[in-house]
Design a protein around this ligand. Structure first.
Ligand code: NAD
Ligand code: MG
Length: 417
C-alpha cells in the first residue's frame, strides 16, 4: 500500500486525487493533506481519509478547523484526530511527512514551490501537477531532485502522455528517472492543446471577452487560474517550458498542435520517425492515477475510449497572432535562468488582475511581456532559490504597478481601481 500526501487537497487536482484514493482503498492511504482556506471541505476530507497531519496555508483559520472538528457528532469523529499545522512552516512539515511515499503537488501557482521543494528534499516521489514550481525554479528543483533521489512523475496530462509513451522505448529507464537530461532517441514532441475557451472566437471578438467567458473551458473542468491560462494559451506556453525541463528536449523540438477534441494527450517522435501517442477521454483522473500506480497499471471500471463515438480527431496549427503568450513562452524558455520565474509570476499576477476585472483579457500578454522586457538586464542564468523568489516577487510588483498606472487600451467590463 502506498502512503500519499496531497498538497492542495481542496482544489481540482486535490479532490480528484482523493476520489482515486477512495476508489482504491487497498492501494492507497492518505497520510497528509494541505489546503488554502476551505475549512469545511478539509473537515469532510479528514472524516473520509483519516490523515495523520493537516496543514492550512491560512493559519488564522486553524481555530475554526479545530472547532468544526470538535463540533462533529461523536459517531462522526475520526478515531484519531490529525495533527493540525498552519502557515508556510506547517505546509513544509506536512509536505515532508515521514510516513509518506509519494506527494501529489496540486497547489496552484508558485505558492507550491517551497512545499514541493520540502517534499523533494525529504526524498519523496512526486506527482507534479503544480507546473509553476518547475517553470519558475527548475535551476533549483532539478539539482535537488538529483541530490535527493526523489523521482518526478508528471501529472499534467500532456506530460503524462509523453512519459507514458516513453515507457515503451528502450530508454525507459533513463526516461523515467533522469529529469532534465536529454532523453536519447526522443526527436520531437507534439503537445496537443484544446484551444481553450476562445478557440472558435475571432481575434476581433476577443475585445469583448469577459471573465465569465474566459473561465468556462470547452473540454476540461479545472481551477480558475489554469482555465484562464488555457484561454490565453499561456498554459500551453508554460507546458512547453515544463516539457523542456522534464524531458531535456530543445525548444526547437517542441511543437504545439491545436486538437479540439482533447483525445490525443500528446505525441512523441522517436529517432526512427515513429510517432507514439497516448489517448483517452479528457479526464485528469487517468494521469493522476498513473502517477500514483507507476510503474504498475491498475484495473479501473472507468469509461472506455470509443473512437467511433468521438468520430473525428482534427488538428491545426495554433494562431500565434491571436495568442501571443505562446511565442513569449518560447522566447522566455530559451532565455532561461530567472526569466521563466518572471514570466510565471507576471502571468499569475496578470490573471489575478483580470479575474478582479482590473485589466482586460487582451492586456494579459502585454503586461507579462513588459515585465519580461524589464527583467532582461537583471537576468541571472544560474539562480539560487533566493534569486528565484526575488525575481518572482519583483515581477508581481512590476505588474501591479503597471496596472495601477492604467495600461488598458480597451474598455474594461467593469473598471475597478
Ligand atoms: P485549484 O485552484 O482548483 O486548487 C488549488 C489548490 O491549492 C487548493 O487546494 C487551494 O486551497 C490551494 N492553494 C491555493 N493557494 C494556496 C497558497 N497560497 N498556499 C497553499 N495552498 C494554496 O487549482 P487546480 O486546477 O487543482 O490546479 C492545481 C495545479 O495543477 C496548478 O498548478 C495547475 O496548473 C495544475 N494542473 C491542473 C489541472 C486540472 O485539471 N485542474 C490540469 C493540469 C495541471
Ligand atoms: Mg496540461
Amino acid at each position: 500500500m502506498k502512503a500519499i500526501s496531497v498538497l492542495g487537497s481542496t482544489g481540482s487536482i486535490g479532490t480528484q486525487t482523493l476520489e482515486i484514493a477512495e476508489e482504491f482503498p487497498e492501494q492507497f492511504r492518505v497520510v497528509a493533506l494541505t489546503a488554502g482556506s476551505n475549512v469545511s471541505l478539509v473537515v469532510e476530507q479528514i472524516q473520509r481519509h483519516h490523515p495523520e497531519v493537516v496543514a492550512l496555508a491560512n493559519e488564522s483559520l486553524l481555530p475554526e478547523l479545530q472547532q468544526q472538528l470538535n463540533a462533529l457528532p461523536l459517531e462522526q469523529q475520526p478515531d484519531q484526530l490529525p495533527q493540525l499545522l498552519g502557515g508556510p512552516d506547517g505546509l513544509n512539515v506536512a509536505a515532508s511527512w515521514d510516513s509518506a511515499d509519494l506527494v501529489v503537488s496540486g497547489i496552484v501557482g508558485c505558492a507550491g514551490l517551497l512545499p514541493t521543494l520540502a517534499a523533494i528534499k525529504a526524498g519523496k516521489d512526486l506527482a507534479l501537477a503544480n507546473k509553476e514550481t518547475l517553470i519558475a525554479a527548475a535551476p533549483v528543483v532539478l539539482p535537488e531532485l538529483k541530490r535527493s533521489g526523489s523521482r518526478l512523475l508528471p501529472a499534467d496530462s500532456e506530460h503524462s502522455a509523453i512519459f507514458q509513451c516513453l515507457q515503451g522505448t528502450p530508454w525507459a529507464e533513463n526516461a523515467r528517472l533522469s529529469t532534465g537530461v536529454p532523453t536519447p532517441g526522443l526527436r520531437h514532441i507534439q503537445l496537443t492543446a484544446s484551444g481553450g475557451a476562445f478557440r472558435d472566437w475571432s481575434a476581433k471578438d476577443l475585445e469583448k471577452a469577459t471573465v465569465a467567458d474566459a473561465t468556462s473551458h470547452p473540454n476540461w473542468s479545472m481551477g480558475r487560474k489554469i482555465t484562464v491560462d488555457s484561454a490565453t494559451l499561456m498554459n500551453k506556453g508554460l507546458e512547453v517550458i515544463e516539457a523542456h525541463y522534464l524531458f531535456g528536449i530543445d525548444y526547437d523540438q517542441i511543437e504545439i498542435v491545436i486538437h479540439p477534441q482533447s483525445i490525443i494527450h500528446s505525441m512523441i517522435e522517436l529517432a526512427d520517425s515513429s510517432v507514439l501517442a497516448q489517448l483517452g477521454w479528457p479526464d485528469m483522473k487517468l494521469p493522476i492515477l498513473y502517477c500514483l500506480s507507476w510503474p504498475e497499471r491498475l484495473e479501473t471500471p472507468w469509461r472506455r475510449l470509443n473512437l467511433t463515438e468521438v468520430g473525428e480527431l482534427t488538428f491545426r496549427a495554433p494562431d500565434t497572432k491571436k495568442y501571443p503568450c505562446m511565442e513569449l513562452a518560447y522566447a522566455v524558455g530559451r532565455a532561461g535562468g530567472t526569466m521563466p520565474a518572471v514570466l510565471n509570476a507576471a502571468n499569475e499576477e496578470a490573471v489575478a488582475q483580470f479575474l478582479e476585472e482590473r485589466i482586460h483579457f487582451l492586456d494579459i500578454p502585454e503586461v507579462i511581456e513588459a515585465a519580461c522586457e524589464r527583467h532582461k538586464p537583471d537576468l541571472q542564468s544560474q539562480p539560487n532559490l533566493d534569486e528565484v523568489l526575488a525575481a518572482d516577487a519583483w515581477a508581481r510588483q512590476a505588474v501591479k504597478e503597471q496596472v495601477k498606472r492604467g495600461t488598458s487600451r480597451l474598455p474594461l467590463p467593469a473598471l475597478k481601481v
